[in-house]
Structure formats: C-alpha cells, structure tokens
Design a protein around this ligand. Structure first.
Ligand code: SF4
Length: 354
C-alpha cells in the first residue's frame, strides 16, 4: 500500500476536496486504483444509498449542425442515415417506457434546429402528463430556449463539457468555444435545472493534467449528474485512427468524481459497457448509481451512432438490468430519482417550481 496515495484518498473521503496536483498524483499512480474504488463505493453508499436509478433515453434525432471531431453524428459525416422522430412517436415511446417502470425520460438529439423551442416545449408538456421526470439533452441553445423549456416542465438538462481544457476543447470542436459551453451550463444552473455534465476519457491530446481540470470543473459546477465515459474512435470521423480510452482510467475518473461530488448521480455509461462486457458492473462498484438504458425504438436506434457498436453489448430490458443490479446486492429505484440536494427538495415532493 502506498501511504501517500492512501492519505490523499482519506482526505478526499473526509473533505470532498482535492487539489489539481493531488488529482494528478492519483490519476498517474497504478497503486491508487484498488483503494480508490473501495473508497468511492463507500462514499456512494453513504450519500446516495444502494438504489440504482434507471433513466430511459429516447434519441429522437441524429441530425446535427456541429462537427465535433470525435462524433459519428457530425454534420460532415455523409455516410450516416439520418432520422427524426415526430412528437407522436416520442410520446408513444415515452408512454411504453413509463409502462415498463421508467420514471425519468432523457430526450437526446444532435444539435438540430428543426426542433424549434415550441416543438420541444410541447413534447415536454405531454411527457409531464405521464408523471415523468424529463431530462433534455439537445445541446447548446439560448437562455430563452432553456427558460422556455424549464417553464414547460423540464426538470434536468444534460450537457457534457467533454474537456475543460480550452485549447483541447477548440481542437476537438472546430465550430464551438468552451466559453459558450460554460455560458450554457451557467444558464441552466441559474434556471434551476438539475444539471448534468461530464467528459470523455482518453481523448487524443488529453493528459492527467487535463483530466484533473475536468474533475475540478465538475466540482466547481457542483453538478447534480456527471457522465464519464471512454473515448471510442469512430471510423467515419477525423479521429478514426486515434487510440481508444481505457476502462481503467475511466473507472478511476468515476471513482474520483464520487469522492469530490458525493451527492451526484453518476451513470455507468453506455460507452463503458460498449468496450467492456462487464463495464456496467465495474462502474457500479466504483461509485456509479445510475444506468441509462436506450429505449429508442427501431428502426431509428441503430442510426444514433456517436461511436461504433454502441448498442452491441447493451442489455436494455428492464428485467435484465434489474438482475444485473440485484446480482451486486443493489436494488432498482422506483422513485423519480431527483438529486438529493436540499435545493431540489420540492421536486422530490412532486412540486415542480418551473
Ligand atoms: S457530439 Fe453532439 S454536438 Fe457534437 S457532432 Fe456529436 S451530436 Fe453533434
């Protein structure tokens, strides 16, 4: 046992604070993996319990006006068959998911201005009639759009920051800026959304120093949810030949996020289980407490290919996921799974103050 590693982990467990250099030290040390996962699992149990929350994702459009260099949905990929679900299809999908037990629906798309603020707000309102919590994940929009959707009843918004290093961010996102990403996240925070963000692990150009920046940015934002998954190169993107992120470093990042943000909801990401058949279980043992099964119907689902083989290893059936969770001595949550933070107590009581 490396004494210094254990001392830094003990400090994180007690204070939920670590410096940039302490984070770099843990990220670079082979001997930190086992004790970090043990500590993260204990912190997870203490702050968010043994329940695992299931969020059903509906990927309602794979059109995107952006050109992120790692993403298969990028505008510059001519080989992808594009689709849009109409509001009635989205509603029918949510209704079916609701019948299977889902209490949260995540409406996710590329950045697709075809869905104007009114269509999205109308869809949110229809889903709210089903007593569902609605998470939106539609990319960068104006303050006014975010306000409009919040007023329509949207509870949460997921917008990953991907990397908090501005230079690396610019290299990966040719038509976007990290300052606007931060502006969006601050707008969402100000409007009272439960905010989700997160990053990829193993991006070309990433270092332990930039990963530590990601963790400190999540801490600064004090997010209610953090999604952390490995970078998986897509063959129809400029990063086709890049090296894939590793399971080990992704698990390390999840564990550190749990220590820094004890009350956050942390999903065991789809990307992780795409590169490791046991990825879901491993993340749940390293601090994660959420699974986000894909409930997008066919024929659409196969075309939401952010990275290759996205749906290959995914058990998305409620019973199958339940068995996996039970096999770890954990339970499936049947409540709405709101943030345990005090400021969201009214939403936990079912009074959405949007
Ligand atoms: S990461 Fe999001 S914004 Fe970027 S190209 Fe993919 S879908 Fe579009």
């Amino acid at each position: 046992m490396n004494l210094e590693v254990q001392q830094i982990i003990d400090k994180a467990v007690d204070t939920h604070q670590l410096s940039h250099s302490e984070l770099c030290y843990l990220l670079a040390s082979d001997s930190s993996r086992a004790p970090l996962s043990v500590a993260a699992d204990k912190v997870r149990q203490k702050y968010v319990g043994d329940a695992v929350h299931l969020r059903g994702i509906i990927e309602f459009s794979n059109h995107c006006q952006r050109n992120c260099r790692y993403c298969g949905l990028r505008k510059g990929n001519p080989n992808l068959k594009r689709y849009r679900m109409i509001p009635d299809e989205i509603y029918a999908t949510a209704l079916a998911a609701c019948g299977r037990g889902y209490r949260t629906i995540v409406l996710q798309s590329g950045e697709d201005s075809y869905y104007d603020p009114e269509i999205v707000a109308w869809t949110v309102k229809r889903l709210k009639t089903l007593d569902l919590v609605v998470t939106l994940s539609c990319g960068e929009r104006s303050y006014q759009d975010y306000l409009y959707w919040r007023k329509a009843g949207a509870n949460r918004y997921l917008l990953k920051h991907e990397t908090a290093n501005p230079q690396l961010y610019s290299k990966l996102h040719p038509d976007m800026t990290f300052s606007n990403r931060k502006r969006c996240l601050m707008d969402l925070r100000e409007l009272g959304y439960q905010v989700g963000s997160g990053c990829m692990v193993g991006l070309p150009g990433q270092t332990v120093e930039t990963l530590a920046e990601d963790l400190l940015y999540l801490k600064e934002l004090d997010v209610e949810m953090a999604g952390i998954g490995p970078f998986i190169p897509h063959p129809q993107t400029p990063l086709a030949g890049a090296v894939q992120g590793t399971v080990e470093m992704t698990l390390l990042m999840i564990a550190l996020t749990r220590l820094l943000l004890p009350q956050a909801h942390l999903p065991s990401t789809t990307a992780l289980s795409t590169i490791d058949l046991l990825g879901r279980q491993k993340a749940l043992l390293c601090g994660a407490n959420v699974i986000m099964p894909n409930v997008t119907p066919q024929p659409f689902r196969q075309f939401y290919e952010i990275y290759p083989n996205k749906d290959t290893n995914q058990g998305d059936n409620w019973d199958e996921v339940g068995s996996l969770v039970n096999s770890l001595g954990r339970t499936i949550s049947h409540d709405h799974g709101h943030s345990p933070k005090q400021e969201f107590s009214s939403e936990r009581r079912g009074e959405v103050n949007a």
